[in-house]
Design a protein around this ligand. Structure first.
Ligand code: OAD
Length: 243
């Protein structure tokens, strides 16, 4: 049965704030600079073309962090919500802007619209490999398929198209309940999903530390740390849909 055949469909979008409580810095918070550079200057195809060693070091630090951090109660609450909804025949879809692997390690299988740090991609032959073995910040990883000298992280950079956009728009446009958690609501198209959900008649919930840019009076806003807010909020959503 597809997610769109059931009567109630809960869709969740997560952003950097959900991983903040696991020790991953957010993009626009105090830790937004890396070696004095803005993330928006490093996460681009132009930066990779111009200064591949610098961009690679930046990403290797982030890949290294994946093996040092653990999912937090926010990731766990979202996995539990999914289990509870599935058991009750309610549709569920998790979409994340996060490129870490913390949802996956908590049991979920989100749509990674901005790709994944744990995956490397060859720009020459398109080969993708899941790799957290090669974490040396100075050493590029050659493509095992075609031998190209340096694979790139399979993350979506500024100026590139997010993954599975059509699928995501369909899921969100058909949601009956939509939760946006830990996202500043400034990077499109993800930032437009809250409005898309409202337009489709969904009941909307928002959790974030600060009021996100795209918050409306219609949204039920729960300010605070995701690790503290989501366990209760997810339980409330489950009850709301009768699960
Ligand atoms: P941002 O860093 O822009 O925003 C993080 C949001 O999380 C803010 O609204 C904070 O208030 C909130 N926040 C911080 N700590 C929190 C906590 N412990 N609990 C709950 N909320 C918390 O991150 P995103 O909106 O995810 O794009 O960023 C969107 C995109 O911009 C990223 O996916 C990335 C970035 O550049 C790409 O990589 C393409």
């Amino acid at each position: 049965m597809s997610n769109l055949d059931v009567e109630q469909r809960v869709v969740v979008l997560t952003g950097a704030g959900v991983s903040a409580d696991s020790g991953h810095p957010t993009f626009r918070g105090a830790g937004g600079l890396w070696e004095g550079r803005r993330v928006e200057e490093l996460a681009t195809p132009a930066a990779w073309a111009r200064e591949p060693a610098l961009v690679w070091r930046f990403y290797q630090e982030r890949r290294q962090r994946l093996v040092e951090t653990e999912p937090n109660p926010a990731h766990e609450a979202l996995y539990e919500l999914e289990q509870r909804l599935k058991a009750a025949g309610v549709g569920f879809c998790l979409i994340t802007q996060n490129v870490d692997n913390l949802h996956g390690r908590a049991g979920s299988a989100p749509i990674h619209i901005h790709g994944e740090l744990a995956v490397l991609r060859c720009e020459v032959c398109g080969e993708k490999v899941r790799d957290l073995e090669h974490l040396d910040p100075e050493a590029f990883v050659p493509c095992p398929e075609c031998g190209h000298a340096a694979m790139r992280p399979d993350v979506v950079w500024f100026g590139e198209m997010p993954y599975r956009v059509e699928d995501v728009f369909r899921q969100v446009g058909n949601a009956t309940h939509f939760l946006a958690a830990g996202t500043s609501g400034v990077v499109y198209p993800a930032a437009g999903l809250l409005q898309l959900a409202r337009d489709g008649g969904a009941k909307t919930y928002v959790n974030s530390l600060d009021e996100p840019e795209n918050l409306s009076r219609q949204d039920e806003f729960s300010p605070g740390r995701a690790a503290e807010i989501l366990p209760g909020l997810c339980a409330a959503i489950a009850e709301e849909v009768g699960a």
